[in-house]
Design a protein around this ligand. Structure first.
Ligand SMILES: O=C(O)C(=O)C[C@H](O)[C@H](O)COP(=O)(O)O
Length: 202
Protein backbone atom coordinates (compact mmCIF):
# COMPACT_ATOMS: atom_id res chain seq x y z
CA UNK A 1 0.00 0.00 0.00
CA UNK A 2 1.35 3.46 -0.79
CA UNK A 3 0.85 6.45 1.48
CA UNK A 4 -2.05 7.83 -0.58
CA UNK A 5 -3.96 4.54 -0.32
CA UNK A 6 -3.31 4.47 3.42
CA UNK A 7 -4.56 8.06 3.79
CA UNK A 8 -7.71 7.24 1.83
CA UNK A 9 -8.58 4.17 3.90
CA UNK A 10 -10.54 6.13 6.53
CA UNK A 11 -11.21 9.83 7.21
CA UNK A 12 -9.45 9.72 10.58
CA UNK A 13 -6.10 8.29 11.72
CA UNK A 14 -6.20 7.80 15.49
CA UNK A 15 -2.95 8.98 17.09
CA UNK A 16 -2.29 6.54 19.91
CA UNK A 17 -0.16 6.81 23.04
CA UNK A 18 0.04 3.29 24.46
CA UNK A 19 1.30 3.01 28.04
CA UNK A 20 0.66 -0.71 28.47
CA UNK A 21 1.25 -3.12 25.57
CA UNK A 22 -1.42 -5.45 27.01
CA UNK A 23 -4.06 -2.90 26.00
CA UNK A 24 -2.79 -2.60 22.42
CA UNK A 25 -4.61 -5.51 20.84
CA UNK A 26 -8.11 -4.91 22.34
CA UNK A 27 -7.74 -1.20 21.55
CA UNK A 28 -6.87 -1.95 17.93
CA UNK A 29 -9.79 -4.38 17.73
CA UNK A 30 -12.18 -1.69 18.99
CA UNK A 31 -10.87 0.88 16.48
CA UNK A 32 -10.98 -1.52 13.53
CA UNK A 33 -14.47 -2.72 14.51
CA UNK A 34 -15.57 0.91 14.56
CA UNK A 35 -14.20 1.38 11.05
CA UNK A 36 -10.81 3.01 11.66
CA UNK A 37 -8.20 0.62 10.25
CA UNK A 38 -5.20 2.92 9.99
CA UNK A 39 -3.53 3.29 13.39
CA UNK A 40 -0.61 5.53 14.32
CA UNK A 41 1.27 4.35 17.40
CA UNK A 42 3.43 7.16 18.74
CA UNK A 43 6.94 6.36 19.96
CA UNK A 44 6.34 8.35 23.09
CA UNK A 45 6.19 5.40 25.47
CA UNK A 46 8.35 2.39 26.25
CA UNK A 47 5.48 0.13 25.19
CA UNK A 48 5.20 1.54 21.64
CA UNK A 49 7.29 -1.04 19.76
CA UNK A 50 5.58 -3.96 21.43
CA UNK A 51 2.21 -2.27 20.86
CA UNK A 52 2.91 -2.07 17.11
CA UNK A 53 3.68 -5.80 16.99
CA UNK A 54 0.52 -6.60 19.01
CA UNK A 55 -1.75 -4.42 16.91
CA UNK A 56 -0.44 -5.99 13.73
CA UNK A 57 -2.07 -9.26 14.86
CA UNK A 58 -5.50 -7.63 14.47
CA UNK A 59 -7.10 -8.46 11.17
CA UNK A 60 -7.68 -5.43 9.00
CA UNK A 61 -5.42 -3.12 11.01
CA UNK A 62 -2.81 -1.06 9.16
CA UNK A 63 -0.31 -0.13 11.84
CA UNK A 64 2.21 2.66 11.54
CA UNK A 65 4.71 4.32 13.84
CA UNK A 66 4.37 7.98 14.80
CA UNK A 67 6.76 10.46 16.42
CA UNK A 68 9.69 8.96 14.49
CA UNK A 69 12.27 11.76 14.70
CA UNK A 70 15.61 10.09 13.88
CA UNK A 71 17.12 7.22 11.93
CA UNK A 72 17.70 5.08 15.04
CA UNK A 73 13.98 5.15 15.75
CA UNK A 74 13.28 4.45 12.10
CA UNK A 75 15.42 1.29 12.30
CA UNK A 76 13.63 0.21 15.49
CA UNK A 77 10.15 0.57 14.02
CA UNK A 78 11.21 -1.29 10.89
CA UNK A 79 12.19 -4.20 13.11
CA UNK A 80 8.71 -4.02 14.64
CA UNK A 81 7.30 -4.20 11.08
CA UNK A 82 5.55 -0.83 11.11
CA UNK A 83 3.63 -0.43 7.84
CA UNK A 84 4.05 3.32 7.56
CA UNK A 85 5.99 6.08 9.29
CA UNK A 86 4.80 9.45 10.59
CA UNK A 87 7.07 12.25 11.84
CA UNK A 88 6.14 15.55 13.44
CA UNK A 89 8.63 17.29 11.11
CA UNK A 90 11.06 16.57 8.29
CA UNK A 91 14.85 16.44 8.21
CA UNK A 92 16.93 15.65 5.13
CA UNK A 93 18.69 12.82 6.95
CA UNK A 94 15.58 11.01 8.15
CA UNK A 95 13.62 11.81 4.99
CA UNK A 96 16.40 10.41 2.84
CA UNK A 97 16.65 7.17 4.86
CA UNK A 98 12.90 6.56 4.79
CA UNK A 99 12.34 7.41 1.13
CA UNK A 100 15.25 5.16 0.10
CA UNK A 101 13.64 2.29 2.05
CA UNK A 102 10.36 2.68 0.15
CA UNK A 103 8.22 2.52 3.33
CA UNK A 104 5.17 4.80 3.09
CA UNK A 105 6.06 8.06 4.83
CA UNK A 106 4.05 10.98 6.14
CA UNK A 107 6.38 13.69 7.46
CA UNK A 108 5.14 16.77 9.24
CA UNK A 109 5.18 20.19 7.56
CA UNK A 110 4.08 23.59 8.82
CA UNK A 111 5.39 26.00 6.15
CA UNK A 112 6.45 26.33 2.52
CA UNK A 113 10.11 25.52 3.20
CA UNK A 114 9.15 22.23 4.86
CA UNK A 115 7.02 21.25 1.86
CA UNK A 116 9.82 22.16 -0.56
CA UNK A 117 12.26 19.98 1.38
CA UNK A 118 9.74 17.15 1.03
CA UNK A 119 9.32 17.75 -2.69
CA UNK A 120 13.12 17.56 -3.05
CA UNK A 121 12.89 14.07 -1.56
CA UNK A 122 10.10 13.10 -3.98
CA UNK A 123 7.37 13.35 -1.33
CA UNK A 124 3.93 14.84 -1.98
CA UNK A 125 1.95 13.61 1.05
CA UNK A 126 2.36 15.45 4.32
CA UNK A 127 1.06 15.69 7.84
CA UNK A 128 0.17 19.35 8.52
CA UNK A 129 1.36 19.71 12.12
CA UNK A 130 0.47 21.17 14.54
CA UNK A 131 -2.60 21.94 12.48
CA UNK A 132 -4.67 24.31 14.61
CA UNK A 133 -1.79 26.31 16.05
CA UNK A 134 0.01 26.60 12.69
CA UNK A 135 -2.80 28.77 11.40
CA UNK A 136 -5.54 26.20 11.00
CA UNK A 137 -7.41 25.48 7.81
CA UNK A 138 -6.87 29.03 6.58
CA UNK A 139 -3.09 28.53 6.64
CA UNK A 140 -3.26 25.14 4.95
CA UNK A 141 -5.48 26.55 2.19
CA UNK A 142 -2.90 29.25 1.52
CA UNK A 143 -0.04 26.70 1.49
CA UNK A 144 -1.87 24.20 -0.69
CA UNK A 145 -2.40 26.76 -3.47
CA UNK A 146 1.20 26.84 -4.77
CA UNK A 147 1.74 23.19 -3.82
CA UNK A 148 -1.34 22.07 -5.75
CA UNK A 149 0.04 18.53 -6.24
CA UNK A 150 0.34 17.85 -2.50
CA UNK A 151 -2.08 15.99 -0.22
CA UNK A 152 -2.37 16.49 3.52
CA UNK A 153 -3.32 14.90 6.81
CA UNK A 154 -3.75 17.76 9.31
CA UNK A 155 -3.12 16.71 12.91
CA UNK A 156 -2.99 18.58 16.20
CA UNK A 157 -5.98 20.16 17.89
CA UNK A 158 -8.59 18.59 15.61
CA UNK A 159 -11.80 17.18 17.12
CA UNK A 160 -14.94 15.39 15.97
CA UNK A 161 -16.57 18.83 15.78
CA UNK A 162 -13.91 20.49 13.60
CA UNK A 163 -12.85 17.50 11.44
CA UNK A 164 -15.65 17.92 8.84
CA UNK A 165 -14.49 21.46 7.98
CA UNK A 166 -10.98 20.17 7.33
CA UNK A 167 -12.16 17.12 5.40
CA UNK A 168 -14.23 19.31 3.09
CA UNK A 169 -11.02 20.76 1.61
CA UNK A 170 -10.04 18.62 -1.35
CA UNK A 171 -6.27 18.23 -0.76
CA UNK A 172 -7.02 16.82 2.69
CA UNK A 173 -7.33 13.04 2.43
CA UNK A 174 -7.72 12.39 6.18
CA UNK A 175 -7.11 14.01 9.55
CA UNK A 176 -5.20 12.69 12.56
CA UNK A 177 -6.24 13.02 16.16
CA UNK A 178 -6.28 11.61 19.64
CA UNK A 179 -9.93 12.37 20.38
CA UNK A 180 -11.05 8.83 19.45
CA UNK A 181 -9.17 7.34 22.41
CA UNK A 182 -9.75 9.63 25.40
CA UNK A 183 -7.94 8.69 28.61
CA UNK A 184 -9.96 6.24 30.67
CA UNK A 185 -12.39 5.34 27.88
CA UNK A 186 -13.64 1.75 27.70
CA UNK A 187 -13.13 -0.29 24.52
CA UNK A 188 -16.87 0.05 23.86
CA UNK A 189 -16.60 3.82 24.08
CA UNK A 190 -13.58 3.80 21.76
CA UNK A 191 -15.47 1.66 19.28
CA UNK A 192 -18.42 4.09 19.36
CA UNK A 193 -16.12 7.11 18.87
CA UNK A 194 -14.36 5.31 16.02
CA UNK A 195 -17.68 4.51 14.35
CA UNK A 196 -18.64 8.19 14.50
CA UNK A 197 -15.22 9.23 13.14
CA UNK A 198 -15.32 6.67 10.33
CA UNK A 199 -18.54 8.25 9.03
CA UNK A 200 -17.15 11.80 8.96
CA UNK A 201 -17.15 13.46 5.60
CA UNK A 202 -16.27 16.86 4.44
O1 LIG B 1 3.42 12.49 18.62
C1 LIG B 1 3.37 12.93 17.48
O2 LIG B 1 4.23 12.75 16.63
C2 LIG B 1 2.24 13.66 17.06
O3 LIG B 1 1.89 13.51 15.95
C3 LIG B 1 1.51 14.51 17.94
C4 LIG B 1 0.07 14.23 17.66
O4 LIG B 1 -0.18 14.40 16.32
C5 LIG B 1 -0.81 15.08 18.41
O5 LIG B 1 -0.49 15.01 19.77
C6 LIG B 1 -2.22 14.66 18.21
O6 LIG B 1 -2.91 15.78 18.37
P1 LIG B 1 -4.22 15.92 19.24
O7 LIG B 1 -5.28 15.24 18.45
O8 LIG B 1 -4.38 17.39 19.34
O9 LIG B 1 -3.95 15.26 20.55
Amino acid sequence: MNIEAIMKTAPVIPVLVIEDAATARPLAEALVKGGLRVLEVTLRTGAALEAIAEMKQVEGAIVGAGTVVNTDQFEQVMKADAEFIVSPGLTDRLGDAITRSGVPYLPGVANAGDIMRGLDLGLEHFKFFPAETSGGLKALKALAAPFYQCKFCPTGGISAATAPEWLAFDPILCVGGSWVTPKGASYEQVEALAREAALLKG
